[in-house]
Design a protein around this ligand. Sequence first.
Ligand SMILES: [Zn+2]
Length: 272
Amino acid sequence: MSAFARIAGSLLALAALSCAPSVQQEVQIGNDYAAQIAREMPLISDGAATSLFTQAVSPLRRVAQRQDLAWDFHIVNSDQVNAFAVPGGHVYVFRGLIARAQHYDQFAGAVMHEIGHVDLRHSAEQMGQANAANIGVSLAYILLGRQPGQVDQAVVGVAGGAVFAKFSRDDEREADSMAVLGLTRASIDPSGITSMLQILQRLEQTEPGKVEQWFASHPMAAERVTNVQRIIGETPGATAMTRNGRSDLSAYDQLRQRLAALPPAPKEVKQP
Ligand SMILES: [Zn+2]
């Protein structure tokens, strides 16, 4: 390799660290994360459950802005009430969220919000801002189910912070706007977003251990309820959809029944 090629390579590496990656890089990094998640997190592989889950998410996938991405959706076999998305279009919904979201519009609100983060490249942008001080911590937290120690961080490795980044107030508001827009286009009641947020707020009081991961990556639940109500009022067609939109879906009801019939989720690792 020539000196020029070496220097160019270093500059490109620096540029990749200092600004948002290209779509190609975003997809590549996202695929790497998805492979790591498949190795390290328990994902539901039951055929009936994944088939019903696919039916439940396909109306949402159809209204994603970025149709160029090869979206895929997974159920994490955990009682945590949480959902997250990895750059490039890999979306993860925790079994505990499906158990708590009795109505399809609540589930759809949470999933559409995560699709919104990917559509807006929020995690991809944060990858460019990631630095040695914060990378790795959040992914470790999700994988371990607790705040990691020094050794844990070394084991889990680098760059997880970009995946489970703590989103800013603006990011949350934008993802909620995308969710209202998406559910309206999919003819689903957008007030499912607010009722899902209210479920999470109630759980924070009654079972805080079940929602700590969600609140770690999605701050400001209380003001989001007010924000989402305002966004619904401002989005053309959204208010009508709170009356005429779909709130339930038989495939989703069947998915909940199927998951309830499966063996319980593995116990989380807890710090002694
Ligand atoms: Zn969010």
